[in-house]
Design a binder for this molecule. Structure first.
Ligand code: THU
Length: 144
């Protein structure tokens, strides 16, 4: 991906963060997932935000919201996800995906090519590969 493409995916994650429903923690997260696209090979971006719950454990992270939206629309192939987050929407640090979200990425993505882009601004972003963030991940091949 080019610098311009990373920046535009980060910008989408910032837009997604505005929709966060985080009345309990106050920590707002936005994600933008770049998928291959289901129609005529045109890449598509799926936004997600965290959605909290008064019972706490039903809370869904921004990354999983984005993945579940995309998969439910027929997407199965993904290139990258941008993630931003901060208390009350003030992004001061790089928000890393939680372990559960990394495992969901492992289900659908090639760990050697899928990129996780964390950012504090459009100009200040870092790129990781899934294998780096989830080494020796458990996958469906173990069940065969
Ligand atoms: N959160 C995410 O949305 N993504 C992550 O990867 C880490 C945590 C959310 C869940 C919860 O609503 C809030 O951040 C505080 O944990």
């Amino acid at each position: 991906m080019t610098d311009r493409e990373y920046k535009s995916l980060v910008a989408e994650a910032f837009r997604a963060m505005k929709k966060a429903y985080a009345p309990y923690s106050g920590f707002q997260v936005g994600a933008a997932l770049l998928a291959e696209g289901t129609e005529d090979g045109k890449p598509a971006v799926y936004r997600g935000c965290n959605i909290e719950n008064a019972a706490y454990s039903p809370t869904n992270c921004a990354e999983r919201t984005a993945f579940f939206k995309a998969v439910s629309e027929g997407e199965r192939s993904f290139r990258a996800i941008a993630v931003v987050g901060g208390m009350h929407g003030q992004v001061t640090d790089f928000a890393m995906p939680c372990g559960v979200c990394r495992q969901v990425m492992q289900e659908f993505c090639d760990p050697d090519t899928f990129e996780i882009v964390t950012a504090v601004s459009e100009d200040d972003y870092r790129v990781h590969r899934l294998r780096e963030l989830l080494p020796e991940g458990f996958g469906g091949q173990m069940l065969r």
